[in-house]
Design a protein. Structure first.
Ligand code: ADP
Ligand code: MG
Length: 700
């Protein structure tokens, strides 16, 4: 008898169901339905288990039912690993039987083309009409390690025992999820709930993220993202996770897609959707990574090790071989890390164990006085963990006697010291005894220095994000408001400059001229030397076509330049006569609206080589002045702005001010802003300001 439709069963119930029906259950482990029921039993599912199969009376010793309608209800979750051809019928049967949610492992739907997508839409509609939820399709289900409910066909479950812990995971790839769980287990990491969302026909990544933020068993959240169904939900959830004290680590596929788009502006080509996503993660305190393995190892470190006290501290490298300490130190910079500057108390402690000449980082325990190395190791690590400039200790181990016994000394030191200690077992098989000791002690280890430093870099990003949570929201500078009537479409240089000037960004004095005589009059009014530019809405890069003539000293030079412009291969609406500005460096400032993610601003090394140099930083708008300053500091150009090779320090504060004002313009325009470039803005010596000499914009 059909039951009342469930009222949108909550995820907490789907993840931890009292009853599970396995549609297509089988004794055959070669089949999805065979593996699902096998893993449920093997990993100790404690609820009611209902195998569904019309051709069997008993499966795995349990009574089987010919269809979901014949199974005794209520059924919280049905797992479907049926062929696509019968999926709709089975989902409809589940809906009619009042099942709370279906986990659809079946693939070849929207992932396989338009026909599959149409079927998927029908399946989702059938579920929705009945108030039944869907996970998937094309997913590998849910691993609930906290409660021992493995609702999945993932081969990661092909082990004796799985390990529960604090890492939650949402993944758009089921196979990657299984792989990462298995990798984590090898390192002794433990997981709370791992959800493979597949094609997200109903429940989507953000739903699961929200659940994990509330979930008491989850302390750290990992995400593998391909595309967001509802991007606007993402950043607010990241901020909620941070407020709840749960770090979020994320790998986003599709990093390389951005550059491929044909772009109408510099900003569009430099600030694609991946860059915007990365900027959003940084602002909201989430850690974005390239390598899924490092994501899991870093999540484990955040779960089982103390966190960094704060961002920006150095680290200590200590081990018994000069080779491993030196090569590890050499690799720090490429991970944005550095050695700590030891304080006097730390040095005093080190002097007790080794000759003065060896009291420096990296520390080689081979220099310890004879017979003291074990006590000395402990004492030095304790001293590091009290040092104001040492946030973490890295121990890269090479082969040596008693490796396992030495490894076992470390976990208590890390716990007592309250700072992360990253142990790297660089050796192969001969290091396995040490690894095993650490697994038994519940302590993480790494197999390579690159992994350990990748993890430390992630811990640093987490600490930075934590620190940013305390900042007040950006404050609007006085007197900013959008003009009454906004131009639309592709703006001319003049129109774009008027728009940014309304927000207090300095621009060149200039005047449009339709004829040569008007141009000469304009130049006399502005004052020589001047710049002459051809005006055409069809042109993106004027200098490519010879439409920019700089440094015209008098009327004669102006007339010659004017004649040359008229000979250009594009029809001109007229010319722009402009003051000839001076500056010490060229910056680009840009803004754009990323659909679903909101407004962003960009700053970078400007001029005609911007796309070649790609020295840019992006952040969501609006900005605080300290955000703008931090963006400038991250540029390769930064040392130049501070003054190098006898050149003056430049007016960084003027650039900060312009960037903040542009960010408010972007925020106020919202979706009306397609893109806007100020390239270049000329930056002068400190105290002398900056000026935008070129501008272009497209408004919707
Ligand atoms: P486009 O980017 O369309 O090729 P720009 O207006 O940016 O044209 O001009 C190209 C270059 O000429 C700028 O990068 C800048 O170096 C220089 N330039 C342009 N306008 C001025 C100006 N008013 N004063 C000084 N230099 C200028
Ligand atoms: Mg330009």
């Amino acid at each position: 008898m059909p039951q009342m439709p469930p009222d949108r069963t909550p995820l907490a119930r789907i993840v931890n169901p009292d009853s599970v029906a396995v549609i297509g259950a089988s004794d055959d482990l070669g089949k999805f339905g065979g593996r699902v029921i096998h893993y449920l039993i093997r990993h100790g599912y404690r609820g009611r288990l209902l195998p569904i199969n019309p051709n069997r009376a008993v499966i795995r010793g349990l009574p089987a039912f010919p269809g979901i309608a014949a199974a005794p209800g209520p059924v919280d979750v049905a797992i479907l690993a049926v062929p696509a051809g019968t999926l709709l019928r089975e989902v409809e049967a589940c809906a009619a039987a009042g099942v709370g949610a279906c986990i659809v492992i079946t693939g070849k739907l929207a992932d396989a083309g338009p026909e599959g997508a149409a079927l998927e839409a029908r399946v989702a509609a059938a579920a929705r009409a009945a108030g039944m939820r869907l996970v998937g399709p094309n997913c590998l289900g849910i691993l609930n390690l906290a409660d021992g409910a493995m609702l999945s066909s993932s081969l990661a479950l092909e082990v004796e025992r799985v390990r529960a812990g604090g890492i939650g995971m949402v993944s758009q790839s089921g196979a990657l999820m299984g792989t990462l769980v298995s990798l984590g287990h090898r390192h002794g990491a433990g997981f709370s709930r791992c959800v493979s969302v597949g094609n997200q026909a109903d429940l989507e990544l953000c739903d699961v993220l929200e659940f994990l933020i509330e979930d008491a068993a989850t302390r750290v959240i990992t995400l593998y993202v391909e595309g967001l169904k509802d991007p606007a939900r993402f950043a607010p959830l990241l901020r909620r996770a941070r407020a709840a004290g749960k770090p979020v680590l994320c790998v986003k596929a599709g990093r390389s897609e951005a550059g491929a788009q044909a772009a109408r502006s510099h900003t569009a080509s430099l600030a694609g959707s991946h860059a915007a996503f990365a900027a959003l993660c940084r602002e909201a305190g989430a850690v974005l990574l390239d390598d899924p393995a490092v994501m899991v190892l870093a999540a484990d470190a955040l779960d089982r090790l103390p966190r960094l006290p704060r961002a920006g501290m150095g680290c200590a490298v200590i081990a018994s071989s000069g080779g491993s300490t030196v090569t590890t130190t050499d690799m720090l910079a490429q991970h944005g890390l550095r050695l700590g500057a030891m304080g006097e108390a730390t040095r005093a402690e080190l002097r007790r164990w080794m000759p003065e000449s060896h009291v420096h980082l990296p520390l080689d325990t081979g220099s310890f006085h004879d017979g003291t190395s074990e006590d000395g190791l402990g004492a030095c690590i304790r001293a590091f963990m009290r040092d104001d400039d040492i946030g973490a200790v890295v121990v890269p181990m090479t082969t040596q006697p008693a490796m396992a016994a030495r490894a076992a000394l470390l976990p208590p030191l890390a716990r007592e010291g309250g700072r992360p200690l990253l142990y790297v077992m660089m050796a192969g098989e001969v290091g396995d005894a040490a690894r095993e000791r650490l697994r038994e002690a519940g302590f993480p280890f790494y197999d390579s220095v690159a992994h350990a430093l990748g993890v430390l870099q992630a811990l640093e990003a987490e600490a930075e994000g934590r620190g940013r949570a305390a900042l007040p929201p950006p404050a609007r500078p006085a007197g900013l408001a959008l003009p009454e009537a906004l131009p639309r479409g592709a703006l001319t240089e003049e129109e774009a400059k008027r728009l940014v000037a309304a927000y207090g960004i300095p621009v060149t004095r200039e005047r449009f001229a339709a004829t040569e005589a008007e141009a000469v009059a304009a130049a006399e009014a502005i004052g020589f030397p001047v710049v002459l530019k051809g005006v055409s809405r069809a042109v993106v890069h004027k200098s490519d076509l010879g439409l920019v003539r700089l440094g015209l000293r008098d009327a004669e030079a102006l007339r010659a330049a004017h004649a040359a412009l008229l000979a250009a291969p594009v029809p001109l609406e007229g010319v722009l006569v402009q003051e000839m500005a001076r500056g010490e460096a060229e910056l680009i400032l840009g803004a754009r609206h990323e659909p679903g993610l909101g407004p962003f601003v960009l700053v970078g090394t400007g001029g005609i080589w911007v796309e070649v140099l790609r020295d840019v930083q992006l952040a969501p708008a609006p900005l605080r002045p300290e955000d703008a300053r931090a963006m400038l500091r991250r540029l390769a150009l930064w040392p130049v702005l501070q003054g190098v090779r006898g050149r003056p320090a430049l007016d960084v504060e003027a650039a900060v001010e312009a960037l903040v004002r542009l960010s408010w313009l972007a925020a106020d325009l919202g979706p009306r802003l397609v893109e806007l470039d100020l390239n270049p803005i000329l930056l002068r010596a400190a105290g002398e300001g900056c000026i935008a000499v070129d501008a272009r914009a497209t408004l919707a």
